[in-house]
Design a protein around this ligand. Structure first.
Ligand code: LLP
Length: 430
């Protein structure tokens, strides 16, 4: 299913013209297609069910934490994988059942642990010996039992960008496989903890099933070892989902094949399964719509300067990530020339694409940056005092603003002047 397609020469999100939205809402803005989010979630649920698995799809909220996006998934029965108190609050506000919330992350603070215990989440994915002790102590103080799973580091290289690989020796995540049995036994011996099982996450934007197969096999093997020692292992959490095809020539494995890899790893082991896909659920369901401010040529390079910038979509600057870019009005010619698409921020890293083939474009034209639904708005900042940009959700012919653009007054409203900078007339009254 393509949520974004040209209709009568104008790019649409489902039934809504992106040219129209650019005029009505103002650029830059994010646009998400609800149908694409749902279809993507359903494909995971079906892939796992077809592989014969009893599974929880816990949406990786960090990929896109807009309440309407989370609520769209909550309505489908999704759980949530969260990594902060903020994400716990968002997930619950959007209607995710607390019993379907998995709390991951290498640095949970005592306040966040209390928040999660009070909410009654499904499980903490514990990342270290120290964290076992902290969670046990806080649960004990509160007179409750904390459901915990042990996150292991399987030492598998996911072959992804080094900044988003998490399952190699030397990465900060999880506990070493060799230490896992003793730590698990320690959790099982502690009345304040209820060990539920094991978890891993080897990285993001993985387009090959091979690293998943290796890691999942290791996880299931460890579960067998623990059970042989009489330890309870009810659930296995296989971490984040598949990568997506940012480039036309790339291909992501199917959800059905992914489900089969999990089923093969588990074999006859009777366990509940959880996965934490983020990117693959929302990336292709979103675009960033931006208007060209100016074009210029310098030392033989043609620059297309747009009104979106690295603060709005950080992935190209941070990971040299590729995002397709196309004009909102379908070009009438096959002619293309190579351009650099850049934002207005005063840094040379504020570049969305270099030497990209582009049809003739001019100031005021609108461009669409593709596959921006994941790790887009959530990684945005207000650098250069640029307010966070609005988000719109489209469903069929309807479009609704799901996060409005703040006014400049709102943007500065949380700041306060220290007394010594207050206007002279209000100083020194005594
Ligand atoms: N679970 C855990 C514990 C994670 O750390 C992550 C992502 C996920 C699930 C979701 O993984 P996914 O299905 O999205 O691959 N900002 C980077 C991506 C960072 C991913 C970090 N962890 C980017 O823009 O590419």
């Amino acid at each position: 299913m393509t949520a974004f397609a040209y209709r009568d020469g104008v790019l649409h999100a489902e039934g809504v013209s992106l040219a129209h939205l650019a005029d009505e809402v103002g650029t830059p803005l994010y646009v998400y297609a609800a149908g694409a989010i749902e279809a993507s979630y359903d494909a995971y649920a079906r892939g796992l069910a077809d592989a014969g698995l009893r599974a929880l799809v816990a949406y990786g909220v960090k990929a896109n934490d807009n309440l309407a996006v989370i609520a769209t998934l909550a309505r489908r029965g999704a759980g949530a994988d969260v990594v902060s108190g903020g994400e716990i609050a968002r997930a619950i506000a959007a209607g995710i059942v607390p019993g379907r919330i998995i709390y991951s992350g290498v640095g949970k603070t005592p306040a966040e642990i209390v928040q999660a215990l009070d909410a009654g989440i499904r499980q903490f994915n514990v990342e270290s010996a120290a964290e076992i002790d902290t969670i046990a102590r806080i649960a004990g103080d509160h007179g409750v039992t904390a459901p915990v799973a042990l996150r292991v580091n399987p030492d598998v290289d996911a072959g992804t960008h080094h900044k988003i690989a998490t399952g190699r020796k030397g990465d900060k995540f999880g506990v070493d496989m060799v230490d896992a049995p003793a730590l698990y036994a320690r959790m099982a011996a502690d009345r304040r903890l209820a060990p539920r099982g094991l978890a891993l996450h080897i990285g993001s934007q993985i387009l090959s099933l091979a690293p998943f197969r290796a890691a999942f096999g290791a996880l299931a093997g460890l579960a067998r070892t623990l059970r042989a020692e009489g330890l309870p292992v009810a659930t296995l959490d296989f971490g984040g989902g598949l990568g997506v095809a940012y480039r036309d020539d790339a291909e992501a494995p199917s959800r059905a094949d992914y489900g089969r890899v999990i089923a093969e790893a588990i074999g006859d082991l009777l366990v509940d399964v959880a996965i934490e896909p983020g990117r693959s659920i929302v990336a292709m369901a979103g675009v960033l719509v931006t208007r060209i401010v100016a074009t210029k040529e310098s030392h033989g390079t043609r620059f297309v300067v747009v009104d979106a910038a690295m603060n709005d979509l950080l992935r190209p600057a941070m990971y040299d990530a590729y995002h397709g870019i196309r004009p909102v009005v379908r070009p009438r010619t096959e002619d293309e020339s190579l351009v650099d698409v850049v934002g207005p921020i005063c840094e040379s890293s504020d570049v969305f694409a270099r030497a990209r083939p582009m049809p003739p474009v001019a100031a005021r034209h609108v461009l669409v940056i593709d596959a921006a639904g994941a790790y887009g708005r959530v990684m945005a900042s207000c650098y250069n005092a640029r307010p966070l940009i609005p988000e719109v959700m489209v469903r069929g012919d309807r479009a609704e603003i799901i996060r409005r653009r703040p006014t400049f007054e709102e943007s500065i409203a949380l700041e306060a002047m220290p007394p010594w900078l207050a206007p002279a007339s209000t100083q020194g009254a005594a």
